[in-house]
Design a protein around this ligand. Sequence first.
Ligand SMILES: Cc1cc2nc3c(=O)[nH]c(=O)nc-3n(C[C@H](O)[C@H](O)[C@H](O)COP(=O)(O)OP(=O)(O)OC[C@H]3O[C@@H](n4cnc5c(N)ncnc54)[C@H](O)[C@@H]3O)c2cc1C
Length: 419
Amino acid sequence: MAIQFNRYSAMSLAREALRGHAGWKEAWRSPEPATSYDIVVVGAGGHGLATAYHLAKNYGIRNVAILEKGWLGGGNTGRNTTIIRSNYLQDDSAAIYEKSRLLYESLSQELNFNVMFSPRGVMMLAQTHHEVRGYIRTANANLNQGIRTEFISADKVKRLCPIISIDGPRYPVLGALWQPRGGTARHDAVAWGYARACSEMGLHIIEQCRVTAVNSSGGRVTGVETTRGPIGCSKLAVVVAGHSGELAEMAGFRLPIESVALQALVSEPVKPCLDVVVMANTVHGYISQSDKGELVIGGGADGFNNYTQRGSFQHVEETVRALVETFPIISRLRMLRQWGGIVDMTGDRSPIISKTPVENLFVNCGWGTGGFKAIPGSGWAMAELVANGEPGNLAAPFGLDRFREGRFIDESVAAGVAH
Ligand SMILES: Cc1cc2nc3c(=O)[nH]c(=O)nc-3n(C[C@H](O)[C@H](O)[C@H](O)COP(=O)(O)OP(=O)(O)OC[C@H]3O[C@@H](n4cnc5c(N)ncnc54)[C@H](O)[C@@H]3O)c2cc1C
């Protein structure tokens, strides 16, 4: 039976308030898996859901299932520090990240779901002369790419962020790369909004359904084995971030990906004190304030490959020690909780949106420490690749062939340590 979804509006809110909120429908269905689909997307993180959404929205392909081994949005999408920016150095990266940032600007209206996009401004601090030169170069590149960023003085940094100490003991603040329309969004809401829109268009979201094997015949994908039985498909989109290597192994090829845990933590909530996002890449820490008042703090990636989705004590110590230099005000705050997610790192720190050695099997991965900001643009570009069998302009530079050809898209500064 078709479920009628509520359209969220001031009117529906008022109507439900009068009815004791008894009339709200579930946000997405949980159907039993069918025996086969035109397209199966593995991974119900933001990228997988956005891919499915654009397959239906842009190409009218609705016989699609999204398979998720846990709960949707429970991977990196629900574990990240939500920084959104597009101030990358290379033209190919700037194009896809800016497409994504632009889609974020109207995503709440597009999905009829408040994703709480907050373009509060992102600053990347320059704390060495090397960084000053690097960020001035990036600001000039962004100017040519049509992306609004500027290199600002230390005084302007202090005006925008009064709690910062610009005369730090080891690394004084010398200026910053400032993107005024960068910001944050609510991570869960991005996953939930896409899920609701996918379900409304008739796509199947199947949670608690782990893919355990990839089936192919004559070099062409035919389906997957899952913990809920075999599911056939004509095309398979693998969008599983830190688990991409495992899925590739099931399909019989290797990816140039390393999986490592990346960690973050939040403080107890405090009154509003920080209304921009600050990234301090030299001392290695990132900070913003959530709507609840918690300071959201991003730290480093583990220095060894692993699949542990949890935090560790030494990262808290390192990250907080680094940030206290620049934000002495946080030294007496209590930290509330910490966690980790498994990120998928490529050698050039740029993503992979690509065909693979198996016909009709496509991968989207390698977003590493910075893929939340890319969700809408990545979904757009991946849907184009899967629907047409060939990449469009946005995805074309990010093919697997670049690793064979040495045609790297080096973003080790913009994405090596930054989120
Ligand atoms: C601590 C931390 C901070 C971060 N901060 C930022 C930030 O500030 N800004 C930013 O832009 N990015 C940030 N990132 C990176 C960002 O979170 C990721 O790049 C992005 O969320 C990846 O989304 P995804 O949909 O590809 O992956 P995920 O959200 O991880 O989704 C992949 C899904 O695939 C599922 N899956 C895996 N294997 C299988 C299987 N065999 N069968 C079925 N399902 C499977 C997983 O359960 C998971 O739900 C951060 C990441 C972390 C961990």
